[in-house]
Unconditional design. Structure first.
Length: 280
């Protein structure tokens, strides 16, 4: 019996094939029904996933992905998986459910994802029972890479950066307003493009403007989302995602300010998902 576990965000997806006690990790671009239709998802799996599997066919597939809260999106992803793996048993769940299972196992806690996008929920030890609405990178995604990256672009385009930061930005990106606006408004997957600028924050820690952007962006997520869960004053709050992992120190400071217990902070939830499914 072989098992394929998938953890997919908007930008990247991590797949783990478990067979005969051995784990094989494969990375592809994100398989999100927000941005890819069924045909595109099938093409992605055939072109990026299957070569890595090397003709291994899983008996069970557990897919956790962004955009899979809505039943219609879960059905779309399941059809795409069934097209590629017609003989497999398939379960498709929201990425928050995967985060809960990976970080909490069978215990209760508030879970949050801070990656390209952001989301949060209360996990009761079995499933997500409360969820602050995720509004996507245009209306929401506070604290995410897209949210923070947008701030970087605004500071650059509005000439808010001081000379030092503006020089560092120009040296790294070699771009201008016309190119940025073209990529954001005319090219596909602008959320990934915008989120890529969050790396500028990680590379320039210590500058007061950089620290302000990070702290304000993460606090927006705490205030608008995490504060909505009364359980957070009784249960730990866990985080996963590249932004959470990269700015763990700020998360700790904010949790101390709000008087919350900080639980686990993982870059990726895959190790926890592997342990969860092996124990079932």
């Amino acid at each position: 019996m072989s098992m394929l576990i998938a953890d997919s965000g908007s930008t990247k997806a991590e797949w783990c094939l478990i067979r005969k006690g051995k784990n094989k990790i494969i990375e592809t671009q994100g398989a999100s029904p927000y941005f890819l239709n069924e045909t595109q998802l099938v093409d992605l799996m055939r072109n990026e996933l299957l070569p890595g599997l090397k003709k291994e066919v899983p008996d069970q597939i557990f897919f956790y992905g962004t955009g899979c809260a809505a039943p219609a999106n879960r059905a779309l992803v399941k059809r795409a998986l069934k097209n590629v793996f017609p003989g497999a048993e398939i379960e498709v769940e929201h990425d928050l459910t995967g985060t809960g299972r990976a970080l909490c196992g069978k215990t209760k806690g508030v879970v949050a994802i801070l990656g390209t996008g952001s989301n949060s929920g209360y996990y009761n030890g079995q499933r997500i029972v409360k969820n602050s609405p995720g509004l996507g990178y245009i209306l929401g995604d506070e604290g995410s890479g897209a949210y923070l990256g947008r701030k970087v672009l605004q500071y650059y385009l509005y000439n808010t950066f001081d000379e030092d930061l503006r020089s560092r930005f120009n040296h790294k990106y070699h771009t201008d307003a016309a190119e940025i606006l073209d990529r954001v408004y005319k090219k596909p997957l602008p959320n990934r493009y915008i989120a890529s600028y969050a790396m500028f924050l990680a590379e320039n820690r210590g500058h007061f403007m950089i620290e302000n952007i990070i702290e304000d962006g993460l606090n927006d997520f705490f205030f608008n989302h995490l504060c909505k869960y009364p359980e957070i004053w009784k249960s730990p709050v866990h985080f996963t995602g590249s932004v959470a992992h990269g700015f763990k120190d700020i998360l700790k400071e904010l949790c101390n300010t709000y008087k919350w217990e900080l639980g686990g902070v993982l870059r990726k939830p895959m190790d926890g998902l592997i342990a969860y499914h092996k124990s079932r």
